[in-house]
Design a binder for this molecule. Structure first.
Ligand SMILES: CC(C)(COP(=O)(O)OP(=O)(O)OC[C@H]1O[C@@H](n2cnc3c(N)ncnc32)[C@H](O)[C@@H]1OP(=O)(O)O)[C@@H](O)C(=O)NCCC(=O)NCCS
Length: 157
């Protein structure tokens, strides 16, 4: 498995597994290709949008890191990072999320991001456990969601 930057050509494959997550009740937001292009890959506030690719070339997961803009829908402090992670159901619990996060944390450090917000549905046990494992801690809750934050560490030499 390797992690690389997502390109607009990846939208169809990403959209397909977002639909799988939606069908399983693990996603409430849109999953269509246009949304993937606009909100993840081509988001003007994007710092990095990474995909994990398996040995056979299939995309196994996506992680986006955007910079919180004034008035963002998550009400995150402007200038913080906002993270989102989506792993293909058949590839879950095989280290895809962990590999994506290793790439994202470097991008956050390079972009000078001090804090990252992860907003997770309060009943999404796997999402909560994943972000806890990545070092995020709860700092507030709102509208059925738990918000976790990470103080981005200085890069190690
Ligand atoms: C949450 C999600 C991103 C995790 O991705 P993943 O590739 O399965 O995670 P990893 O295999 O890298 O796991 C890393 C660590 O997270 C924790 N974790 C991940 N999935 C977990 C689960 N189902 N139950 C408990 N802990 C879990 C574990 O500590 C795990 O480490 P370990 O396997 O060594 O014990 C993935 O399940 C997913 O996309 N879920 C649906 C969408 C979603 O909920 N996104 C996040 C919130 S918006």
């Amino acid at each position: 498995m390797e992690t690389i930057h997502a390109t607009l050509e990846d939208a169809a494959e990403i959209s397909a597994f977002l639909k799988e997550l939606a069908d399983l009740g693990k996603r409430q937001r849109p999953w269509d290709e246009a949304y993937v292009r606009e909100y993840y890959i081509g988001n003007p506030d994007s710092i990095q949008c990474s995909v994990a690719v398996g040995d056979d070339g299939a995309i196994l997961g996506l992680q986006s890191l955007t910079r919180a803009a004034e008035g963002n829908v998550y009400d995150v402090t402007p200038g913080w990072g906002i993270i989102g992670t989506h792993v293909k159901p058949s590839a879950a619990r095989r280290g895809v999320g962990r590999a994506l996060f290793a790439a994202t944390i470097k991008a956050a450090q390079n972009a000078g991001i001090g804090n990252i917000d992860a907003t997770i549905g309060a009943t999404n046990g796997e999402g909560l456990a994943y972000y806890e494992a990545m070092g995020f801690r709860t700092y507030r809750s709102m509208n059925g969601a738990i918000c976790k934050m990470l103080d981005v560490p200085f890069p190690s030499a």
